[in-house]
Write a protein that binds this ligand. Structure first.
Ligand SMILES: C[S@@+](CC[C@H](N)C(=O)[O-])C[C@H]1O[C@@H](n2cnc3c(N)ncnc32)[C@H](O)[C@@H]1O
Length: 243
C-alpha cells in the first residue's frame, strides 16, 4: 500500500503552497481573499468551537498555509500553544506574520503533516486541518485520523474543513460538479488560474461523502462526529470529531 510516507516531500500536487508565480498558488490566494471557499464563515465557526474548550489547549494546524484564518479564530480563546505545519516555505513565511501576535508560543515547522502525525511527533489537544486532508486516499485518511485520535487523547477534538462528494458520486462526477458550481462563482480568476485549479483538482483531490467522513472518524476511534458548516455551494463541509 502506498502511504503518505512514500510521497515526495513537495507541495505539488498537494497544491496551493508554492511559489507566488505558481498559478495554483495565486488562484488559491484569490479564492481566500474573495472568500470563495467561505473562509470567513469557517473562521467564525472555528472560533465558536474553540471557545467551547473550557481549558488551555494546544492547537495543531496541519497544512496551515498562511494561517490567517486559524490565527484570527484563535484570538480570544484559551489557546496555550500553536503549532503550524506545512510543506511550503512560502506559506510558512506568511504564517509567521499571521501568528506573530497570538497570546501564546507559536512554532512553525516545514514538514509533511501525514508523516509527522503518523510518527506521533506533535502532542495536541485540538487538531485542525483545512482543505488538505482530501489529498490523501481513503486508507491514508484513516491512518492519519488514527494518529490524530492518539494525539488528542480522550479529551481533545479533531476539526476539519474538507470537500464532500455525494453518496455514490465518483471522482469524475465530483470534478464536473466542482467546475460547474465554482467556475461561475469565481470571476476574479484568470483563465490560466482556473485551468491550473482544475488540473490540480483532477490530479490531487480525493473527496469523501459525509457518511464516508463519519465512517473514517468512527474507525479511528472517535465516538461522535458533527457537521458544523457547509459552504453555500455544497462542496465543502466542516466536521468536528469528538473522542
Ligand atoms: C489549499 S491550502 C490550505 C491552507 C489552509 N489550511 C487553509 O485552509 O487556507 C493547502 C496547503 O497544504 C500544504 N500541503 C499540501 N500537502 C501537504 C503535506 N503533505 N504536508 C504539509 N503541508 C501540505 C500546501 O503547502 C498548502 O499550504
Amino acid at each position: 500500500m502506498a502511504t503518505a510516507h512514500d510521497r515526495p516531500a513537495t507541495p505539488s500536487p498537494g497544491g496551493a503552497g508554492g511559489s507566488p508565480f505558481d498559478p495554483v498558488w495565486t488562484a488559491y490566494r484569490q479564492a481566500v481573499d474573495n472568500n470563495y471557499f467561505s473562509h470567513l464563515e469557517v473562521g467564525r465557526e472555528l472560533h465558536r468551537e474553540l471557545s467551547e474548550v473550557g481549558r488551555p489547549f494546544r492547537f495543531l494546524d496541519l497544512a496551515c498555509g498562511d494561517a490567517r484564518t486559524t490565527a484570527a479564530a484563535l484570538r480570544g480563546t484559551a489557546v496555550a500553544h500553536y503549532r503550524g505545519v506545512d510543506l511550503s516555505a512560502t506559506a510558512l513565511a506568511a504564517a509567521r506574520e499571521a501568528v506573530a501576535d497570538l497570546p501564546c508560543p507559536a512554532e512553525l515547522e516545514e514538514a509533511d503533516f501525514a508523516a509527522g502525525v503518523l510518527a506521533r511527533r506533535w502532542p495536541a489537544d485540538v487538531v485542525w486541518i483545512g482543505l488538505s486532508l482530501h489529498h490523501l486516499r481513503t486508507d491514508e485518511k484513516g491512518a492519519l485520523m488514527e494518529g490524530v485520535r492518539a494525539a488528542v487523547g480522550d479529551d481533545g477534538r479533531f476539526l476539519v474543513y474538507e470537500p464532500v462528494c455525494g453518496e455514490g458520486e465518483d471522482r469524475p462526477a465530483y470534478f464536473d460538479r466542482f467546475e460547474q458550481t465554482y467556475h461561475p462563482l469565481w470571476p476574479k480568476l484568470t483563465a490560466e488560474e482556473w485551468t491550473a485549479v482544475m488540473t490540480h483538482i483532477r490530479a490531487a483531490d480525493y473527496p469523501e461523502s459525509p457518511a464516508g467522513w463519519a465512517r473514517l472518524g468512527r474507525a479511528a476511534g472517535f465516538a461522535g462526529v458533527r457537521e458544523l458548516f457547509t459552504d453555500p455551494a455544497g462542496m465543502v463541509t466542516m466536521f468536528s470529531f469528538l473522542p
